[in-house]
Design a protein. Structure first.
Length: 195
């Protein structure tokens, strides 16, 4: 009888644990393999923050080619936290997708639309990194890497410099995401240096 009660108690505790785990929201922050960021396969299901046409860190292209589109997505938990607080929590993941700018397709006679993917990058806020932020490049499409190491050296210096000097909230370009810019204004989290 005692063994039966112990077995029943074990089964009950196991079932309750499984049920509790199933009710918890799935973690949508960064996943790492060592220090390499695993490319989020479902980022297109995340909140879409905005799209830019020709936003670049470099001088204008002398060949006068069509500027690419960039689309920015953020993990859902961090989006919800930002809407509540005006700041990005630890384990925030931004994904930047670059796409070719196209114009030649019927019935279009003058506008631009997004074409094939060119590349994929990410920015992560996580305390595992020395200054709390890191940048990743998954490479050029169609051969994107499944995981990427944090950028280092000159490659990351220019990212950090720009994301420190020219961003509206923390190291993020909230000024390009109108609905979040309004949240930051209401919450008083815009950087003092931002105009």
């Amino acid at each position: 009888m005692t063994r039966l009660l112990v077995l029943f108690a074990f089964v009950y505790v196991a079932a309750a644990s499984i049920a509790m785990y199933a009710q918890q929201p799935q973690r949508d922050g960064p996943r790492f393999d060592g220090m390499r960021l695993v490319r989020p396969a479902d980022y297109r299901e995340w909140p879409f923050l905005g799209s830019g046409l020709g936003l670049t860190y470099m001088e204008a292209n002398a060949a006068n080619t069509a500027p690419p589109f960039t689309n920015v997505f953020v993990n859902p938990a961090s989006y919800r936290s930002f809407v509540e607080t005006g700041t990005w929590p630890n384990q925030t993941v931004f994904v930047l997708e670059s796409r070719r700018s196209e114009t030649n397709a019927a019935p279009n006679v003058g506008g631009r639309f997004q074409g094939e993917m060119l590349g994929l990058e990410a920015e992560v806020k996580d305390t595992r990194f020395p200054d709390g932020w890191a940048f990743f490049n998954f490479g050029r499409a169609p051969a994107l890497d499944s995981a990427a190491a944090p950028l280092t050296g000159d490659a990351v210096r220019s990212c950090v410099e720009c994301h420190t000097q020219h961003t509206a909230v923390e190291r993020t370009f909230v000024q390009f995401y109108p609905t979040l810019l309004e949240v930051a204004r209401r919450k008083g989290t815009l950087k003092p240096s931002f105009r």
